[in-house]
Design a protein around this ligand. Structure first.
Ligand SMILES: *Cc1c(COP(=O)(O)O)cnc(C)c1O
Length: 440
């Protein structure tokens, strides 16, 4: 597989290079050079395949011979060792639950695959790779559990003290082994500033092999295309005959971009629905044809509070004429809708009252967008991607529903685990001294 930078199509790199580097030097994003449809045979066999088998076939198709099959198959099976159920709400409305992984959000798919890919590509290196991550809460948990016990890789997570939820803190600080949590007496921006400085620090980079687990690493995008096939398969098994559209609660638009990837690989998706909160940059772009990033505003679906979606560059690239001769503009494939918190809360309640289903605020935005879309396209089956378990937003959801909701065992267990973190100031020098002397 070869990948180019969205800023320069001529700069081709291997999958290994793209995964280990994360970002091209020219500030673009890596994209696969060839995204071709899967053979017809694959779609015939799909209903009889497990999720792991589907994942193996799709990943092999996309990345070709970069990893030998005998290494790739167990890697994929291990990364996706949890179920991906499709739950039916009514005739034309289904929910794809992407929260059955260890950190209870869909980011597990990307993080677990990226960790294993990096581990594989790092095998030939003698020295350890040290991954630095600054987190405001959510991504850190998925990355920590994704890389947990990956041979040859150490993870150092920087998080702002007192500014992540108690449960999130437990996800960062209880694993141990190759995961080290630094508790910074500052804000998320302070954490990020330290990480950025570290990557630019020549003497530190001579001493340690540093890398990032960036959310725009191509290794996180690829696995997110897999569950679109799984949803389609489950609908086929259930006897669905209507065209299928996916509603994707979106922030940085990685998930939605991965859906377009699935479509380009031949999955018959009618439309992708971009569902956002008041951070409506993409729906607004689809209406006006102008991309206008702006500062993010806070909402109750806070994982989507993004004012300048990082994957927009990839979307734009995929809809450039030279990339796609047969298709027209982005608006032919993607329909966008935005909703405020009040609507979102009403909808969490509505779904609970009507379907006895507890939906988190992000999924509720997806539901709203699907319903608006289906007024225009009634003869469709909608799949809402439920991106997080409602227990991740327990205060909000319990407040809306006025009832207690249960916390999954694997999360509840964490509250009794002892926290281990290293307290640190916001001074770069303190961080440098610690990491230079730390025995990994
Ligand atoms: C990250 C996240 C999103 C947004 O996903 P993007 O791929 O960035 O669009 C939506 N919901 C939840 C719960 C998330 O954690």
């Amino acid at each position: 597989m070869q990948l180019y930078s969205t800023k320069n199509k001529k700069n081709l790199v291997t999958l290994k290079e793209a995964v280990m580097k994360g970002l091209p030097d020219d500030n673009g994003l890596f994209m696969p050079e060839n995204i071709s449809p899967l053979p017809e045979r694959f779609f015939k066999e799909l209903p009889g395949m497990s999720f792991a088998e589907t994942a193996q076939a799709v990943v092999t198709h996309l990345i070709g011979n970069d990893i030998p099959q005998e290494a790739l198959n167990p890697l994929v099976a291990e990364a996706f060792n949890f179920p991906v159920p499709l739950v039916q709400l009514d005739d034309k409305t289904t929910v794809l639950e992407l929260f059955h992984g260890p950190s209870l959000a869909f980011k597990d798919f990307g993080a677990r695959f990226m960790a294993r890919l990096m581990g594989y590509f790092n095998q030939s290196e003698k020295e350890r790779l040290v991954i630095l991550v600054a987190t405001s809460g959510d991504t850190g948990g998925a990355v920590a559990s994704g890389f947990y016990k990956t041979p040859g890789i150490e993870v150092v997570i920087l998080y702002p003290s007192g500014k992540v939820s108690p449960l999130q803190e437990k996800q960062l600080t209880t694993l141990g082994h190759n995961i080290t949590a630094l508790e910074i007496d500052g804000t998320f921006d302070d954490c990020q500033a330290i990480v950025k400085k570290a990557f630019l620090d020549k003497s530190l980079n001579q001493q340690l092999r540093l890398s990032s687990a960036n959310s725009i690493n191509i290794a996180r995008l690829i696995p997110q295309s897999l569950y679109y096939f799984e949803a389609y398969k489950q609908l086929q098994i259930a006897g669905n005959t209507l065209p299928v559209s996916f509603s994707v609660p979106s922030g940085n638009f990685g998930n939605l971009t991965a859906g377009i990837l699935a479509k380009r690989m031949g999955l018959p998706i009618k439309h992708m629905i971009a569902a956002t909160n008041l951070n409506d940059i993409v729906p607004s772009y689809l209406k006006k044809g102008k991309y206008e990033p702006k500062p993010s505003v806070r909402t109750i679906s806070n994982a989507m509070d993004v004012g300048n979606p990082s994957n927009f560059a990839r979307l734009e690239d995929m809809y450039k004429k030279e990339q796609c001769h047969t298709c027209d503009m982005m608006g032919m494939d993607i329909k966008g809708y935005a909703f405020d918190d009040e609507k979102t809360k009403e909808t969490v309640k509505y779904i609970f009252d009507n379907f006895e289903y507890v939906m988190d605020p992000h999924g509720a935005v997806g539901y709203l967008a699907l319903k608006e879309y289906q007024q225009m396209y009634p003869e469709t089956t909608g799949v809402i991607l439920e991106t997080a378990h409602p227990a991740k937003f327990i205060e909000e959801v319990e407040d809306i529903l006025n009832t207690k909701i249960s916390i999954p065992e694997r999360l509840a267990k964490l509250t009794n685990e002892p926290k281990t973190s290293i307290r640190m100031s916001t001074e770069y020098q303190d961080f440098k001294e610690w990491i230079s002397n730390h025995e990994f």
